[in-house]
Design a protein around this ligand. Structure first.
Ligand SMILES: [Cu+2]
Length: 291
């Protein structure tokens, strides 16, 4: 093989690798706060899937939590720099288009403000309910054990419009980022309950039923009411931590908690199920592959 031909083949192979990586990048969507430089070839809504065009609106509707400001409201954190392992006051406010603090929120899932915190590698999940100060800002004590970049989600509803705004928090020190755990049919919650996820294939753009069964020592466990339902589920996409809207569904038995979720794209998602037993909130996390 001649040298120029070999060089040509090498260049062609490089171009292929580049094209493949841009398709993968496009499928995950824009990283919030990343360079405004257009993603290489990422202008295609869902990275080259044939059906992308017509579905883009519906898909965008399902994904939240990629922006700190949207539709005239903005999330402003007082101090996004936190110290590791120490309980601190996390304070933020929601500002309207005029910069005024929004004071009135609807009650959703029995609360007017829900806060989710997760590190960029989807560890360190917390679900908090802050209290509102007289000036309209929200405040909650928080302790983040590990260093790194965290995502703070403020989930609320205003004038009947649900919103999830998000911004980054930084915890000092060198971050020891972890890989997402491999998918498993059952995990143990932080308080020692066995939680099984009834395996259902999840495909992009299709509603998937997620059914969780809770057991302790092999016996079914009935969950108590938590936030006005049998349980609460947060789904975050690996890579950009897009926040998915998930609906609880009517469960068949009391030891089963069901949800419906539409995963917008292929990829891996982390599901954080929370339920209450004996007055204590339990969290169990699953890795869900969508393809
Ligand atoms: Cu909440």
């Amino acid at each position: 093989m001649s040298a120029p031909l070999r060089l040509g083949l090498f260049a062609a192979a490089l171009a292929l690798v580049f094209a493949a990586s841009t398709v993968a990048g496009g499928a995950v969507g824009p990283e919030p706060g990343s360079d405004p430089e257009p993603a290489h070839g990422g202008s295609e809504p869902t990275g080259g899937h044939a059906m992308a065009g017509g579905e883009h609106g519906a898909v965008a509707h399902e994904v939240r939590g990629l922006a700190s400001a949207q539709d005239g409201v903005r999330l402003i954190v007082e101090d996004p720099e936190l110290r590791r392992g120490r309980e601190q006051r996390l304070a933020f406010r929601i500002a309207d288009a005029h910069g005024e603090t929004v004071r009135h929120f609807d009650v959703e899932h029995t609360k007017r403000m829900h806060v989710i915190v997760a590190r960029r590698d989807l560890t360190g999940f917390q679900h908090l309910h802050p209290s509102q100060r007289a000036d309209g800002a929200w405040e909650v004590p928080v302790a983040l054990r590990d260093a790194g970049s965290y995502r703070l989600f403020a989930d609320f509803s205003r004038d009947g419009e649900p919103r999830t705004l998000a911004t980054d928090l930084r915890v000092d020190g060198r971050a020891d980022l972890r890989d997402l755990p491999a998918p498993a049919p059952s995990v143990v919650s932080d308080g020692g309950y066995d939680v099984e996820l009834a395996a259902a294939g999840a495909h992009p753009g299709e509603e998937a039923g997620l059914r969780f069964r809770i057991r302790r020592d092999g016996k079914p466990v009935s969950t108590e009411d938590y936030l006005g339902a049998g349980g609460h589920l947060v789904a975050l996409r690996e890579g950009d931590l897009a926040f998915l809207h998930v609906h609880p569904t009517k469960e068949a038995g009391s030891d089963e908690i069901g949800f419906a979720a539409t995963f917008p794209t292929e990829g891996r998602y982390r599901l954080f199920l929370q339920f209450q037993v004996g007055g204590e909130v339990q969290t169990a996390a699953f890795t869900q592959v969508v393809r």
